[in-house]
Design a protein around this ligand. Sequence first.
Ligand SMILES: Nc1ncnc2c1ncn2[C@@H]1O[C@H](COP(=O)(O)OP(=O)(O)OP(=O)(O)O)[C@@H](O)[C@H]1O
Ligand SMILES: [Mg+2]
Length: 593
Amino acid sequence: MTAVSTNAGREARGPSRRELWRWFLNVVRPQRALIRQGLFWLLVNAGCRLAQPWLVMHAIDDYLVGGKIGPGFWYVAWTFFGVSVLEMVARYSQQAVIERAGQRALLRLRCQVFAHVQRLPARYFDKSPTGRLVGRITTDVEALQEMFSSGMVTVLGDLVFLVVAVWLMLSLNVPLTGSVMLMVPVLVIVTMFVRTRVRGAYAAMRGRLSELNGFLHEQVSGMPIVQMFGQEQRRQDEFGTINSGVCTAQLRSVRWESVLSAATELLSSFTTALIVFVGGGMAIGGGEGAVTFGVLFAFVDYMQRFFVPLNDLSLKYTVLQNGVVASERILALLDEAVEPASPGPVSYAHGRGRVSFRDVSFGYEPGHDVIHDIDLEIAPGESVAIVGATGSGKSTLFGLLTRLYELDHGSIALDGIDIRELPLEELRHRVSLVAQDPFLFHGTVLDNVLLGAPERSREDALAAAREIGLDEVVAGFARGLDEPVAERGKNLSAGERQLLAFARVLVLEPEVLLLDEATANVDTHTEELLQAAVRRLMAGRTSLIIAHRLSTVRRADRIVVLHEGRVVEQGPHEELLGLRGVYWRLHRLQYGE
Ligand SMILES: Nc1ncnc2c1ncn2[C@@H]1O[C@H](COP(=O)(O)OP(=O)(O)OP(=O)(O)O)[C@@H](O)[C@H]1O
Ligand SMILES: [Mg+2]
């Protein structure tokens, strides 16, 4: 099987075909009642298609040739009509039922994949382009559905048709069947030759499409920056290149498909000629092996119908190939290790928020630590300001404490309990993070405030907003708390986004507050609002604050200075200044005092 993906690890190795089938059967198994129905209609349809030439043959030989248009003829004619209607009903029912089975299976699979994605660790998202991940849940799942509905199931109907048609023709005339069957190997060879080309072209096309999606996703999200830096032309050119790649790949696959259908058409005409030639000879010869007009007609008709599924089989093979590639990718994604399972519910009386880092080291990449041997003890209710140059590992500490990333070495404890032993839910309920760049979701202000506690009331949201000072902002909105928030909160200012993120955390009433202070410059009024909000947030709870504002730093009980992933100094403001060390230098650079 051809894995187009260049993803490392599991995806490159790929699951075995057997694993793939077992998994796929599991996906469709819940739909087996529908599948059975579909198969029934499929067989009825095949039966009808087989009966039609047979009926016409009888009409010709028994009635038309002799000019005997009697009741028998009308009987055959009406049967033909009935069979045609039944064929139509069967075709419709089969498609409807199989499609429904496919869509239902697909729906479940999509939910399953999404559920899995939601449990993947931060590390996974660091290395996976968003566009590609979205593709797994949309296009790949769809390819799988197509493989099921228009590929696998209908193939069965085709096979039944082919086998029975050969059997019927054999029963009519063995030598004639033998000679027309000579065409079949030719068709199979031609099909196989073209098919491998189609498959290659398809794989290339999917790769190109995935590239296009990834590119578009990034460019659209970063459009203001593209415009700001005057990169439109360059991006346009890049897009043009990728786009023409898609076009070339698409044309290549279409070209081979056209070759295939043209070749099939030609072979089909040859076959008709062959039947007329061979069969006509037999008819003229008369005697034992004589062929009637009706049989000649039936042969021509059967062979015409024979070529359709044969041609289809090769197209379906492509659909099947796409499906296999898609299932490999989906399976690889489902195979990605999720966040470590939370241990069973521990009986945990709420503590007061003591945080201890012991001998903590960590690196995003193996062998490249960004945090080294951190030992920190933070008392319940204490506020600690973490300062350090950019890239010194401040945000990383928060990622570790919330278990977005798993520790490599050492341990972190909350009220004496190792955070790895706490259920994740509980940990994240008790330790809340306000990130450097708060992420707001499309919805309303209210939705965003109650993000972590949707069961809470509007009044709770209002109370939190009031405490934080967000109410003043909300009052300015035409629809108050119901004011729409655009994707990522694009319609709010940086300060408003910050306040909203504060309210969102306050609603949760965490014991430990992690605040990654934004460096964004806001106006003095908003600055005051933010300051007051921070004070309110810190009150009565353990707080670790990555501080950029001098006022925040000064307000903290203790300042911890990080330098290249190590704690180099700690203590109160005045004392640290007195050391004339890292803090003093940072302080001078940042505040010019
Ligand atoms: N997701 C990530 N994958 C790989 N490396 C990362 C990742 N996040 C951060 N790093 C690296 O880890 C180091 C510490 O980053 P961190 O975000 O903790 O810095 P910081 O102290 O918060 O800086 P700032 O003040 O700029 O926010 C940096 O060298 C950074 O390049
Ligand atoms: Mg940071």
